[in-house]
Write a protein that binds this ligand. Structure first.
Ligand SMILES: Cc1ncc(COP(=O)(O)O)c(C=O)c1O
Length: 388
């Protein structure tokens, strides 16, 4: 069978904030016959995938790492390789994923301070500046899109403050739910690590931890004075592997997810080398996001992000109608063939989340957005008429 002939089986529309729907071409690439991870055929695909990973965040000099694991492995990589026990780290915490990143950093011995944003808002840049003036932080972390709330932080503004007050402090961007649905200009903005995963805007199945580290971050790693406190997550082990594959050869530390790399390579090719362009994709995500958010507002659903300008473009989080739990709504969406997500954390039953990233957004002929909007209307009408 050729890629043109392959069509994935009918299924419920997956519009949680990741994993997302993937294209037939990506799934077909995943079904590549078994091949050795040391084969030249695979090495060249891995090498190209590394180069394209850099391109997605407009980086020229960043060091990409593609390692089998989920987005969570990115937190471990940052914490294990860039932190030494006792280092001060500042976490800009916009919700559930900020809590987890802080936990991970502490696991590796970091002394973590946090600037906690109120639910649905971003961390204050004024507080950030004050914190940086009061203490020397090795890293500042910020979650680009906090998937728990759909709150969108401004990494460009965060990095500008950090680099102004404390140029040696590394800016770490948790962009798991942002890469390829939100614009990220890693070098222009002064971001030192972009961490992501394959299953969201990057449009591939789950299972790949995706990191790009700046040369400044690599220098911090190379000049650390204590050994890396992790075996699997150590860049000492992975850096030669990534360099070998990018140079066209193969090298072994631990078996890479060969088929997933084929799928990821295909998805990156679609993102970067076909129509629409990456810039057009960002614009489409904004348009579509506006459409979903307007449709929700017209149904009387209030946005979780408090400020419209701080709402993600790849997902929407809205409160349920009064007296209705999200756990009552999700099954109604499901019955109509649409998979959305409830809330996350303490308020999980008070709101629900819809992902709109990747092929669901850019391939309008699929009709995914029409379906989301019409099913949301039906579900809201159904639950509100029951309560009336
Ligand atoms: C912002 C953010 N960071 C980290 C993660 C963790 O990624 P994973 O679930 O792939 O381990 C997620 C997952 O949704 C996320 O949204």
């Amino acid at each position: 069978m050729s890629t043109q002939q392959f069509k994935q089986a009918p299924h419920k529309l997956l519009v949680i904030p990741g994993p997302i729907e993937v294209t037939d071409e990506v799934l077909f690439a995943n079904a590549h016959p078994s091949v050795s991870h040391m084969a030249p055929e695979f090495a060249s695909v891995f090498g190209e995938a590394l180069r394209m990973t850099r391109d997605v965040v407009f980086s020229k000099t960043g060091q990409p790492f593609l390692i089998s694991g989920s987005g969570t492995l990115g937190w471990d990589q940052v914490s294990a390789n860039l932190v030494e026990a006792g280092d001060d780290v500042l976490v800009l915490n916009t919700g559930y994923f900020g809590d987890s990143f802080a936990d991970c950093l502490q696991t590796y011995g970091a002394k973590v301070d946090q600037i906690r944003a109120d639910f649905g808002t971003t961390a204050s840049l004024v507080e950030l500046e004050k914190a940086l003036q009061s203490k020397k932080y090795k890293l500042v972390t910020v979650t680009h899109v906090d998937t728990s709330t759909a709150v969108l932080s401004d990494p460009k503004a965060v990095a500008a403050v950090v680099k102004k007050v404390s140029p040696d402090t590394l800016v770490i961007l948790d962009a798991v739910c942002a890469v390829a649905s939100e614009e990220i200009r890693m070098e222009d903005w002064g971001i030192d690590v972009v961490m992501s995963a394959s299953q969201k805007g990057l449009g591939a199945p789950p299972g790949l931890s995706v990191i790009i580290a700046s040369q400044q971050a690599m220098k911090v790693f190379e000049t650390r004075s204590t050994p890396v406190a992790s075996f699997y997550a150590s860049w000492k082990r992975w850096l030669p592997i990534m360099k070998a594959y990018e140079g066209g050869g193969a090298a072994y530390f631990a078996t890479p997810p060969v088929n997933l790399i084929f799928a990821f390579h295909q998805s990156l090719t679609q993102l970067l080398k076909s129509s629409p362009t990456l810039e057009e994709r960002f614009a489409r995500h904004k348009e579509v996001s506006q459409r979903v958010k307007t449709a929700a507002a017209e149904l009387g659903l209030k946005s979780v992000p408090v400020n419209a300008a701080e709402a993600a473009n790849g997902m929407t989080a809205v409160y349920t109608p009064p007296g209705v739990k999200s756990s009552e709504m999700i099954p109604l969406f499901l019955k109509k063939g649409v998979v959305v997500a409830g809330g996350l954390g303490a308020q999980k039953d008070a709101y629900f989340r819809i992902g709109h990233m990747g092929t669901t957004v850019v391939n309008s002929e699929r009709g995914d957005i029409d379906k989301i909007v019409s099913v949301m209307k039906e579900v809201v009408e159904e639950v509100t008429s029951k309560k009336a």
